[in-house]
Design a protein around this ligand. Structure first.
Ligand code: COD
Length: 291
C-alpha cells in the first residue's frame, strides 16, 4: 500500500491566510500562484509592489520600501490576527528571526523557538523530522531539551502520537572526547526521567544506527528508536544544515519546515529551496493551523 504523503492537504484543513514578508521574488510568486491554483489560502504580500505582479481576489499587496519594513508589517499582520501563518520571502533569515523574537509582538509561545524540518525521503519508510537545522546555532543541554520538546509537540500536531527520538552524535556510545555524545546522553536521560509518556528518546546515536535497523543490529544496539526514528535531534546548526541539504540534493527528499515555539507557524524556507519545497512548507503548516 502506498503511504499518504505528509504534504497532501487534508480535506478537513481550514482555508488559511498567509502573510509573506518580501514577496517581491520570482520563486515566491510562483509558490503563491500554485497555492492559488489549489485554492487553499489567501495571501497578504509585503514587498516592493511594482515587482508583485499577481492579481487575484485572494491576494492583497501591501507596499513596503525596505526588508525591515516588510518583516515588521508582515509580523504585525499575524499578531493582529489578519493572517494565520508568517512566511519569509526574499529577505535575510536572521532578519525575520530577530523580528519574531521582539518582545513587543508577543509571538513566543515557548521559551525557546526552534526550527523543525519534515522530510519525505524515498529511501526511508516514514516522514522524518530533523531539528534544529536553521535557527539555534550551538544549543547547550537546556536548549537541546527545549528543541526536543518543540520537535515532539510538532510531531504530535502532525499525527505522530508517541514519536521515537534519536539525539545524534558521531558515535553511539558516550565519549568524553566528543561533547555532543555526552550531551546527547544527558538529553535522553532527561526525557527518560521526566517525559517518557510523550516520546521515546535515545542518545547518543549515530546517524546510521538512528535510521537503519541493519546498522543498529550490526552495532548490537537494541532499543525501539534505533533504525526507526521519527525525529533526529542535531548537535549543531552546521550538522543539521548539511544533513538537510544532502537529503534534498543527493537523496531526492521533499521537505517542509517551520519555526516551532511561536504562537503561529513561521516558515523561513531558504532562498535556494525549490518552489515544490516551499509549497510543501505551506501545505504542512496550513494543516497545523489551530492545532
Ligand atoms: N528562542 C528564543 N529566544 C531567543 C532565541 C531562540 N531560539 N535566540 C535568541 N533569543 C533571544 C535571546 O534570549 C535574547 O533575548 C534575544 O533573543 C537576542 O539574542 P541574541 O543576541 O543571541 O540573538 P540575535 O538576535 O543576535 O540572533 C538570533 C538568531 C536566531 C537570528 C541567531 O541565532 C541566528 O542568526 N541563527 C542562525 C540563523 C541563520 O542564519 N540560519 C540560516 C541557516 S538556513
Amino acid at each position: 500500500m502506498t503511504q499518504k504523503s505528509i504534504f497532501q492537504l487534508e480535506k478537513t484543513a481550514k482555508r488559511a491566510r498567509i502573510a509573506i514578508a518580501g514577496a517581491d521574488d520570482a520563486v515566491i510568486l510562483e509558490v503563491v500562484k500554485q497555492a492559488l491554483a489549489h485554492d487553499f489560502a489567501d495571501f497578504l504580500l509585503f514587498g516592493r509592489a511594482e515587482l508583485i505582479t499577481i492579481k487575484s481576489p485572494h491576494v492583497q499587496v501591501i507596499a513596503t520600501k525596505t526588508d525591515q519594513e516588510a518583516a515588521e508589517k508582515a509580523t504585525e499582520a499575524v499578531t493582529k490576527k489578519q493572517a494565520d501563518i508568517l512566511m519569509k520571502g526574499n529577505l535575510p533569515t536572521a532578519l525575520i528571526l530577530k523580528t519574531i523574537l521582539k518582545k513587543e509582538y508577543q509571538l513566543r509561545d515557548k521559551e525557546l523557538l526552534s526550527h523543525v524540518a519534515v522530510f519525505e525521503i524515498p529511501a526511508y519508510h516514514k516522514p522524518l523530522i530533523v531539528s534544529d537545522v536553521a535557527m539555534n546555532i550551538a544549543p547547550d543541554e537546556d536548549a537541546q531539551i527545549q528543541i526536543t520538546q518543540n520537535a515532539i509537540a510538532s510531531a504530535q500536531k502532525l499525527g505522530i502520537t508517541k514519536p521515537k527520538v534519536a539525539v545524534l552524535s558521531a558515535v553511539e556510545k558516550e565519549s568524553p572526547k566528543m561533547h555532543s555524545s555526552v550531551q546527547a546522553a544527558q538529553v535522553a536521560a532527561y526525557f527518560k526521567a521526566f517525559a517518557s509518556d510523550e516520546a521515546e528518546v535515545e542518545g547518543p546515536l549515530a546517524f546510521d544506527n538512528a535510521i537503519s535497523k541493519a546498522a543498529a543490529q550490526h552495532k548490537n544496539i537494541d532499543n525501539n528508536v534505533a533504525g526507526d526514528a521519527d525525529i533526529l535531534i542535531m548537535p549543531s546548526i552546521e550538522a543539521g544544515n548539511i544533513l538537510y541539504k544532502s537529503l534534498v540534493f543527493f537523496a531526492g527528499a521533499r521537505v517542509g519546515g517551520f519555526i516551532a515555539g511561536v504562537k503561529v507557524p513561521v516558515i523561513i524556507a531558504s532562498r535556494s529551496d525549490s518552489v515544490d519545497n516551499k509549497l510543501a512548507s505551506l501545505i504542512l503548516t496550513v494543516g497545523m493551523v489551530g492545532k
